[in-house]
Design a binder for this molecule. Structure first.
Ligand code: FAD
Length: 472
């Protein structure tokens, strides 16, 4: 084995939103950086996750809404669907975004190493083997992300039993699609295909969609998804799938026992979670064991537990909050820490989450149940404001939604914001900044909000928590 080159300050393994952002930030701060990537720049997010799914969500929503313009006095001809073009547009978006990372690597002098990165021990430190060539560095950052979990009896075949990756690449609209998992990936991809004409059925183990979200708000979204034609089976599990005569028979059982039912559908997509990518990563070679679920365990500074000095991990592979902007935040934090001079930290309670359905469901901070658990029912205040009383939402013909604001009764500190509205993904920015700055509800209520806008509903909900809303 060749003598490792020790001239690098940082090698990042994985060029997803966690890894590529860390690499660029570290290079901008003066470190000499290389980033190893085995498949594609941009990782899951840009290639098979956030970006392609949002491109299809947007296209399918335009297709669906174009069919309902008559009530606004707009007559369009027959609205037709060209799947090849829609997928082509989605791919062009992916290509543009991933190409942008290659450009940013060059601009910031990040060396892009193509291949599988494997940790190897080197003296009392760690180096990275990429296709037989060993690269040494003062620090190594693991940002290898995650891949979809498979269920027993439902092995992905890419044709009938799909993961989210293939479900975003279908060449034609399946007549029927069964989705296992009512999390955000299930309801987003379910929305895409339901809007384009598929008969979509969602089977979920829990007794509701989006089990981690605020229950009341999730219920509000469920109503819209049912209106779209999606059928739900809660408290059920998928036990297996068998392909026969071009259809796939999916066996579904009540989780507490009882008779099973077989759904004959064109495709089944399994979206029940994602598992960390640690395969052939060489963790054992450096004496690191993962937790029971396979995630890499880290200390508060993202250094890997029980690893030699200088080994860090971030993003999906550590499984704290498996979202792109969180991976980014963690990656940037490690880069700044290594470059020294600043004391960065990640403020997890201020991490927003968005479900890009129509309407969107966006939230930041505690759900009402979490707030009650922490402060007691009498320790919190909750303000709600219906979009039916927001002029902009009514003008858009999209007034079936609401905003919920949760605060600490004693201190008035903002604890959580939940928004079910068109453009909730944009609206949540205000709430995220308010959470980051530890605002009070009064701060939110006293801030100017342009009129007429959807965010006025956030202000009104903050006022409603003290029974001071004006427009209800
Ligand atoms: P990844 O993006 O998974 O990147 C890891 C990279 O490491 C990959 O490119 C992989 O090829 C590479 N790699 C792995 N092992 C090695 C190795 N040994 N050597 C070299 N390279 C390696 N999040 C959001 O915030 N918003 C959304 O709207 C959203 N939508 C999503 C929709 C779908 C359908 C899916 C599947 C996910 C979505 N996510 C979304 C989640 C988001 O994609 C992930 O949280 C995010 O990509 C995690 O970033 P990461 O950098 O940790 O890992």
């Amino acid at each position: 084995m060749a003598k490792p080159d020790q001239s690098l300050d940082l090698i990042v393994i994985g060029a997803g939103p966690g890894g590529y952002v860390a690499a660029i930030k570290a290079a901008q701060l003066g470190l000499k950086v290389a980033c190893v990537e085995k498949a594609y720049l941009g990782g899951t997010c840009l290639n098979v996750g956030c970006i392609p799914s949002k491109a299809l969500l947007d296209s399918s929503e335009r297709y669906a809404s174009a069919q309902h313009l008559a009530v606004r006095g707009i007559t369009v001809g027959d609205v037709k669907l060209d799947m090849t073009k829609m997928m082509g547009f989605k791919q062009s978006v992916v290509n543009k975004m991933t190409g942008g990372i290659g450009f940013l690597f060059k601009k910031n002098k990040v060396t892009h190493l193509e291949g599988h990165g494997k940790l190897v021990k080197q003296g009392d430190g760690v180096a990275v083997d990429v296709g037989g060539k060993v690269y040494g560095a003062t620090n190594v950052l693991i940002a290898t992300g995650s891949t979809p979990v498979e269920l027993p009896g439902l092995t992905f075949d890419g044709k009938h039993v799909l993961s989210s990756t293939e479900a975003l690449e279908l060449e034609s609209v399946p007549e029927s699609l069964l989705i296992v998992g009512g999390g955000y990936i299930g309801v987003e991809i379910g929305s895409v295909w339901a809007r384009l004409g598929s008969k979509v059925t969602i089977v979920e183990f829990a007794d509701r969609i989006l089990p981690a979200s605020d229950e009341e708000m999730a219920k509000g979204l469920l109503k819209h998804l049912k209106k779209l034609g999606i059928e739900f089976h809660f408290g059920h599990v998928a036990k297996g799938a068998k392909v026969q005569k071009g259809k796939v028979g999916v066996v579904v059982e009540p989780k507490d026992g009882g008779d099973s039912k077989t759904f004959a559908v064109d495709k089944v997509m399994v979206a029940v979670g994602r598992k960390p990518n640690t395969d052939k990563l060489g963790l054992d070679a450096i004496g690191v064991e993962t937790d029971k679920r396979g995630f890499i365990e880290v200390n508060d500074d993202f250094s890997v537990k029980n690893a030699p000095k200088g080994v860090y991990a971030i993003g999906d592979v550590i499984g704290k909050i498996m979202l792109a902007h969180n991976a980014e935040q963690e990656g940037k934090t490690v880069a700044e820490m290594l470059a020294k001079g600043t004391k960065p930290h990640v403020n997890y309670p201020a991490c927003p989450a968005v479900v890009y359905t129509h309407p969107e469901l966006a939230s930041v901070g505690m759900t009402e149940a979490e707030a009650v658990e922490k402060f007691g029912k009498d320790g919190i205040k909750v303000g709600k404001f219906p979009l039916a009383a927001n002029g902009r939402a009514v003008g858009m013909g999209e007034a079936d939604g609401s905003v919920k604001v949760i605060g600490d009764k004693k201190t008035d500190r903002l604890l959580g914001v939940h928004i079910l509205s068109p453009h909730a993904s944009d609206m949540i920015g205000e709430a995220t900044v308010a959470m980051e700055f530890a605002s009070s509800l009064e701060d939110v209520a006293r801030s100017y909000h342009a009129h007429p806008t959807l965010p006025e509903a956030i202000k009104e909900a903050a006022m409603a928590a003290d029974k001071k809303a004006i427009h209800i």
